[in-house]
Ligand binder design. Sequence first.
Ligand code: ADP
Ligand code: MG
Length: 700
Amino acid sequence: MTTGTVPEYFGCMVFDDRIMRSVLTSDVYSSLRKTIEVGAKLELGLADSVAKAMRDWAIENGATHFTHWFQPLTGITAEKHDSFIEPSPDGGVIMEFSGKELIQGEPDASSFPTGGIRATFEARGYTTWDPTSYAFIKDQTLCIPTAFCSYGGEALDKKTPLLRSMEALNRQALRILKLFGNDQVKHVHTSVGPEQEYFLISKEMYDKRPDLQYTGRTLFGAKPPKGQEMDDHYFGVIKPKVKEFMADLDKELWKLGILAKTEHNEVSPAQHELAPIYATTNLACDQNQLMMEIMQKVAARHGLVCLLHEKPFAGVNGSGKHNNWSISTDTGFNLLSPGDTPAENAQFLLFLCAVIKAVDDYQDLLRLSVATAGNDHRLGANEAPPAIISIFLGDELTAILEAIESDTPYHDKEKKLIKLGVDVLPRFARDTTDRNRTSPFAFTGNKFEFRSLGSSNSIACANMMLNSAVAESLRIYADRLEKADDFEKALHDMIKKTIHDHKRIIFNGNGYDAAWVKEATEVRKLLNYPTTPDCMPHLLDEKNVKMLTSHKVFNEAELHSRCEIMLDNYCKQVWIEVNTELMMARRMILPAIINYADKLSGTVVKKRSVNEALECKYEKSIVETLSSLADQIYQKTEELEQTAEKINGTEEIITESQLIRDEILPKMQDLRNLADKAEICVSREYWPLPSYGELLFSVK
Ligand code: ADP
Ligand code: MG
């Protein structure tokens, strides 16, 4: 199956449209397509036929088990395997799989986070087949993408609200298209191409770092002599071992029908990126989860470890995920692509404005949709993109919008007024090369690139917020335009008004600049939430609850539970880091310091036994430094531990997360700084941890 040319084995592990068409009867196939395309209910009898065909195909391809594959709020995927076997009367087994088993599952879900939605006596959660995402085979198991809900129907996962947000956007976008006289379009969907960043290091080094093993990031490590200052890694020649990994990874992803396309080195040493060709958001989200899993698996085969944490190493760039997002029709038209006719242009501008308005009105939702303890090290720190959400449009498009807003001629060759619905937009360069890399949300010709996502984040959260916020802009537009007597005038006025009201969110300058933070917050009054505890509680702000519930993306209980779970995840993550840091300081770092100081002190005694007059300046100075550092480290570990004991388990999770931010994180940093100072005084031979240099340059 995996031999042959790429087109021959591409998607061989996916029950995709090609397979469905060939193994299902035409009746079953067309019913299933209807279910996939418009969400029509699939009769149980038909589900039985689909299940049988799936089972036969899966068994033929080596599967023995099936699982409902879902995405609980832990951030990773979950699966519970059942084998196909059923006992047969003759004492043997037959391989069975029913429509019921395909459609619904009931994992023992009592340990998944629910944020209080599900009383413990009602621990059942249900998984329900999502036919819009193809089933696939992984590790001899047929995986069926599913949504995960409580007994009462509340979403306990990331897929359900994502699907609901796609539906909300579809509903509102269709209203707008109709106003433009477009009746052929039956469905509007968003597409995403997520560019995935990651680090690759050697397994041997990884095994010696408990911090990487327990927390995904280094909690200690002095700056190496060389980092990313030369910019010699970015798009540099890919090392042979990395190349082998990438080739193997491509192959595994292609078998799963994932369109892995671009692979290159990133800015930091040991950092790389993989971008697939974009797909419908729901599928892109499932595939990205799968991609992250396969990356780690394939790395292990090569004696490597793939780090997906947002900030595995201090002092060099962290890893993000660029979420390239666009809106398209089922007729294949990208609504964010400037058109060639006046009508298409007006429509384009309206959708563009809907996004501008959405991003400005719901900056907080976009910010919190990417908030995790790990991503705070990027967004809240001095690294791109900043925590302040703004939009990059490029100078030309910005100038066009300014001309429309102020009814002044656009300064291209003809210097004429732009009249929407009558004029073709002036051509502006769709520059995709010289882009502003510091912007968190950039228009890149025919799509927006949301760059704030963390590398380990599921893309579901960012996209459900983005889709919902844009659906809300479109709803407001449609409400107004449907009532207008003069459509063209109403449209023109509305676009002008949006530009006027929301131009503060457009920023084409350098997002790293300290001056930007000042301007953004003081002059433009944009939000700046550097950390998860700062932004997450705003999920429950009245305007956000109102918008998200009105589009039926969440109900109130779900929002409360999500806020709770996200903050709880944040706290848990930091507590694990605290425990790891204390353990390493006490059991590895302090002993190393003592041993080396002891060795030097012994040297002094020995040398003086040869010649009493020897000064032993070096030894004495290092022993003094180390002794002082050891005392300080000891003191910091005690302080950190006592503060942690005081804060851990604070009744309100919001308060706990804020205390962590204010009292724990600074102490962790202090402890680290002391240990890093000690690292550069202690002989390599005595230091128990691979250095940053060794970790970052470990893969040849
Ligand atoms: P970059 O220069 O940022 O690497 P690329 O042109 O390589 O940009 O594209 C990055 C990602 O954007 C890819 O995953 C690509 O498939 C995706 N992409 C391209 N066009 C669209 C679109 N219309 N909608 C969504 N994603 C898109
Ligand atoms: Mg990119």
